[in-house]
Design a protein around this ligand. Structure first.
Ligand code: BDR
Ligand code: CA
Length: 312
C-alpha cells in the first residue's frame, strides 16, 4: 500500500503530542517532516516538546524545523491553563537528543515541496502562521500540496468565545490567507473534535497498554482532562489534533459537508470566526473546504489505544 506523504505543523501541546504519537506509528503515513509554530506555548517550548516527542517515541529520522514565534498581526497568546507551563501538562520527557533542522520551517516546507516528486498533504494542528507565510512567499508550491488537513475553527461552536476556536483566534490573518489560498482544505474543527474526547475510563485504557505512549498520555491528560470536565460540557477531554490524523487514516469514520469557509478578521464580536456556508443555494464554485462534522467516537478511542499498544 502506498503511504500518504505528509508534513505535520504543530504547536506541541498535549493533543499535538497525541497526534504525533498516532501519526508516527502508522504505516499508512510517510512523515516528511514536522514544522513547529508558537501557539499552546511559546515557540521555545513547543519546539522543545516536539523534539522530545519525536525523539522519545523513536522517530529521530523525522526532521523537525523551527517556525514562527508569533502571529502575523495579533499579539501572542499562549494557553498554560490548558496545556501547563511546559505545554505537556505534568508529563516529563527526557531531554531531546536531536536538534532542529538547519532550515527554518517555512524554507523547509518550501524546499521539501519543491523537491518532492509527489504531492504532499500538509497537516497543521496549531495556528496557521507557518502555512500562511509559505503560501504567501512561495505561492508556486501550492501545486505540490495535495491538500491541507487542518485542526481549527468550527462551523457551529467556538472555544475561546461563542464563535472563535483557539488556533484561528491566535492568528486569524494567517487562517484567512490559508482558507483563501485556493488549496483544498479539510477542516477538522470543534464540530468534530469536541465529539472526539476521551473519558477517564478511556484514559485508563491508554494507561493499561503498559507502553511508554500509554503512560505519557495518561500523565499528560491529567490536568487537561480536569480542565475539560470542569469547563466544558464534555464528560472527557477533546483530543482535537489527533482527529486530523484520524481523517487521513480513516476518512470513512468521519461525516463531512462541503462548503465555503470565510475567516472573519473584521467583526467586533467575531474576529477569528470561521463562517461556514452550507446553504444549498450558495455559489458552490466558491466552496473551499470539506468540513468535518461527526465521527465514530468508539472507533477513534480504539485507534488511540491501538496506537499506544504499538509502542511496546
Ligand atoms: C486547538 O487548540 C489547542 O489547544 C489544541 O492543541 C488544538 O490544536 C483546539 O482548539
Ligand atoms: Ca495544537
Amino acid at each position: 500500500m502506498k503511504k500518504i506523504p505528509v508534513i505535520m505543523d504543530v504547536d506541541t501541546g498535549i493533543d499535538d503530542a497525541v497526534a504525533l504519537i498516532l501519526a508516527m506509528q502508522s504505516d499508512k503515513l510517510d512523515i516528511k517532516g514536522v514544522t513547529v509554530v508558537a501557539g499552546n506555548q511559546t515557540l521555545d517550548k513547543t519546539l522543545h516538546n516536539t523534539l522530545s516527542v519525536v525523539d522519545y517515541f523513536g522517530r529521530k529520522d523525522i526532521p523537525v524545523a523551527k517556525g514562527c514565534d508569533s502571529p502575523l498581526v495579533r499579539a501572542q497568546y499562549v494557553d498554560p491553563a490548558t496545556h501547563g507551563e511546559s505545554g505537556l501538562g505534568t508529563a516529563k520527557l527526557p531531554q531531546p537528543s536531536i536538534q532542529p533542522h538547519h532550515l527554518d520551517a517555512v524554507t523547509f516546507l518550501k524546499e521539501t515541496l519543491e523537491n518532492s516528486e509527489e504531492k504532499i498533504t500538509l497537516v497543521p494542528v496549531g495556528p496557521l502562521t507557518n502555512i500562511a507565510l509559505l503560501l504567501t512567499c512561495y505561492p508556486h508550491v501550492k501545486e505540490k500540496i495535495e491538500k491541507i488537513v487542518m485542526m481549527g475553527g468550527g462551523a457551529f461552536e467556538g472555544n475561546m468565545n461563542a464563535v472563535e476556536e483557539f488556533n484561528i483566534f491566535v492568528d486569524p490573518e494567517a487562517a484567512k490567507i490559508v482558507f483563501d489560498s485556493g488549496v483544498d482544505i479539510v477542516m477538522c474543527g470543534l464540530d468534530i473534535t469536541m465529539k472526539s474526547y476521551t473519558t477517564w475510563d478511556d484514559i485508563m485504557r491508554l494507561k493499561a497498554t503498559g507502553t511508554k505512549a500509554g503512560d505519557f498520555c495518561a500523565e499528560a491528560f491529567g490536568v487537561y482532562y480536569n480542565r475539560y470536565v470542569s469547563n466544558s460540557r464534555l464528560p472527557g477531554c477533546a483530543v482535537h489534533d489527533a482527529v486530523a490524523v484520524t481523517y487521513l487514516l480513516h476518512p470513512e469514520w468521519i461525516k463531512t459537508e462541503k462548503g465555503r469557509v470565510k475567516v472573519d478578521i473584521e467583526g467586533a464580536n467575531s474576529y477569528g470566526a470561521t463562517v461556514c456556508d452550507f446553504r444549498p443555494c450558495r455559489d458552490k464554485s466558491k466552496d473551499n473546504a470539506l468540513v468535518c462534522l461527526d465521527i465514530d467516537r468508539d472507533k477513534f478511542v480504539d485507534l488511540l489505544v491501538r496506537a499506544c499498544e504499538s509502542y511496546k
